[in-house]
Design a protein around this ligand. Structure first.
Ligand SMILES: Nc1ncnc2c1ncn2[C@@H]1O[C@H](COP(=O)(O)OP(=O)(O)OP(=O)(O)O)[C@@H](O)[C@H]1O
Ligand SMILES: [Mg+2]
Length: 228
């Protein structure tokens, strides 16, 4: 294996997340060691409560682990001041959640231009075209759930983010729609060189060309690497 093939773009080193409530200690994540290569397509599959959302929040640097390090591009993000972490979030990481969090009072284009560093309608249209959505002036309450997810995926790319994290993006969709969203994500992974990490509890999604991580009780049990 040469150096480029070996290069880990994102690395989780011995990650633990422990929540302490009044009389309860919850080990949401324990002993997570895994890495994701640049431009790879990765699916984390596991049942409800196994820690998928916690892991996505930690990968997205919006939550800190109790123990362990998140390395991005060989940089240990735990050692960085919050200001630098914020700039990594802004410049590198786009996030998509199960239920759309589009702003209801803004149409599709406006939902995309709002988080842009400088508002650019043409870029917003270009991104919406890339996700197969061209009803630019539609408001979220006029969109189907799948259309909302398409707009959320476009919004996750507005600042030329290279990493897209998606927490159960197909959780509210029927199988046909889920597969269409997966095809779209694979296409974006290939054409835009995005590093994609998504969670699901649907084992059927393992049929897509991806690296598969199986999660249970807060830890990753198995990893199956996509080889072709
Ligand atoms: N802020 C929190 N405080 C306390 N416990 C939490 C918190 N967030 C998550 N947990 C607990 O951590 C465990 C993992 O939760 P998490 O939401 O990450 O799982 P999940 O795999 O995303 O589940 P689901 O498929 O239902 O979304 C669960 O036991 C959950 O109750
Ligand atoms: Mg979850």
């Amino acid at each position: 294996m040469n150096e480029a093939e070996d290069y880990a773009y994102i690395e989780l080193n011995d990650i633990w997340k422990i929540y302490k409530n009044e009389d309860d200690v919850i080990h949401a994540l324990s002993r997570i060691n895994c890495s994701f290569k640049e431009c790879s397509f990765n699916i984390i599959v596991g049942p409800s409560g196994c820690g998928k959302s916690t892991l996505i929040r930690i990968l997205g640097l919006i939550e800190t682990p109790s123990l362990g390090n998140v390395m991005i591009n060989c940089e240990n993000t735990s050692d960085l001041p919050q200001k630098i972490r914020n700039s990594i979030i802004r410049d590198e990481i786009g996030m998509v959640f199960q239920s759309s969090n589009l702003i209801q009072t803004l149409n599709a284009i406006e939902n995309l231009t709002l988080p842009m560093l400088s508002s650019d309608n043409e870029k917003a249209k270009d991104l919406l075209n890339k996700v197969g959505f061209n009803d630019y002036n539609k408001y979220p309450n006029e969109m189907s759930i799948q259309e909302e997810q398409r707009v959320c995926i476009a919004r996750a790319m507005v600042n030329n983010h290279s990493i897209i994290l998606l927490d159960e993006p197909t959780g509210a969709l029927h199988s046909k729609e889920s597969f269409e969203i997966m095809e779209l994500l694979l296409e974006l992974n290939r054409s835009e060189g995005l590093t994609i990490i998504l969670t699901t509890n649907n084992k059927k999604l393992s049929q897509f060309d991806c690296n598969m991580f199986e999660m249970i009780d807060g830890t990753i049990l198995n990893r199956t690497e996509h080889t072709s």
